[in-house]
Structure formats: structure tokens, C-alpha cells
Design a protein around this ligand. Sequence first.
Ligand code: AKG
Ligand code: FE2
Length: 226
Amino acid sequence: MNNQLVAPILPHNEPEPVVSDHWLDELADGLTEHGWMSQDVAVRLGAELLAGLRNEVHILDRTEALRRAGVGRGAGLQRDRSVRRDKIAWLQGITPVQAELFGFFESVRLGLNQRLFLGLKRFEAHYATYHEGDFYRRHVDSFQGRASRVVSLVLYLNEGWEEADGGALQVYNRENEDEVCGSVLPEEGRMALFMSEEIPHEVLPANRTRYSIACWFRCDEVPLPL
Ligand SMILES: O=C(O)CCC(=O)C(=O)O
Ligand SMILES: [Fe+2]
């Protein structure tokens, strides 16, 4: 056998691992320096997984399995349509695509803990749909001092999203919440990552149905109110 033909194939044709140390370093640096970042992770996650997730949320949407989202939890839960209008369904991690995605979330959790010592104990994730005209006004994902939700990750599932489709995630300056410091279009395979307590953000009204998965890394062992 000719070794020269075999050897070069290995490093170059290997698919990039879904989660590499280098990539986790990038996430940790982004969170440390700016408190937030966005990234395209379509290649990392793979077209098949994204298509599978998109298919699930489309089915949930069609069958009306999604419920109107609220603000707060437990006795404090409010379904105030002037604040948010999305509909959600929690992921259980049971279907093959959800199990694969949970593997990815778990790698991110461990990677961030190793680098930032955040003490992230677990994560929770839901599908969300924003129909035409739906929005989520400026908010933070966790109240200061409660430290239940520590890091937020949103993964988008919309092919061919354009500026005119609206629905951008608008990110505000953590020091001055009236200053916009970034805007993320919810294109398929794009991910936004931010510190839950620190970064005010908003979903602008969508002009077509907008699908996503929102995941929160939490530092409590058991679900407590936000
Ligand atoms: O979908 C997004 O871009 C953000 C959603 C959000 O802010 C939330 O669910 O708390
Ligand atoms: Fe949020």
C-alpha cells in the first residue's frame, strides 16, 4: 500500500467537531469581553440536525401544541400580550434530534464552566414561534441577584430570513439600556449567546413566522422561579 496516498487524507477530510476547545474559548471570550455574541453554527450542527429541529417546530406549530408564553413563573406568571406574544413548547430531549441538540448544549455548559467558573448546573430549552406581528419587548432573562438563569442561548430555525422579515433580536448595551449595540437576524443555524442577567434584549415584530429554540443555562439544581 502506498502510504503517501493515505496519510494526507486524515487531517483534511475530518469533519470539524461540533464543539471544539477553540470554539468554546471563543464563546467564553465573547461573554467575558462583551457579555454577548452571535455566531453561525450551521456547519457545526449540520444540515440534518437543523432540518430535523425545524421539522419538529413546524409540526408543533401546525398542531397547536405550542402554548402562549408568560412572563415570570409559578404564582407570578403573567401572560401579558403587551410584553411578549410568542408561543412555546419545552424540549424534553427525548426525540433523536432533541437528544443530539441536548448533547451540544451539555458540551457548551461544561465548556463554559471550565473556562468561566459559572457553576452552570443544568439547562432548559423551549421552542418558540413568533407569528406575524409578534414581538418580545426589551427585557433581561433573569432578575439580578436571583442568578437562576445565567447564560442564554438562542438558536434560529428560519431559512432565507431577510432584513424585511423583521424579527431581529436587538441587543442593548449592558451599561446603558437605551443604546442598541447589536442586531441579529434569526437566520437558520445562527446562534445568539448572552449573559442572562446583564444584557437587555428585545425581539422586534416579525413579518413572517419566526422559529427558534431558546436555552438557558442555570445555576440552580431544581427549577425555581426566575
Ligand atoms: O428569540 C430571540 O431572539 C430571543 C428570545 C428571548 O429573548 C426570550 O425568549 O427570552
Ligand atoms: Fe429573553
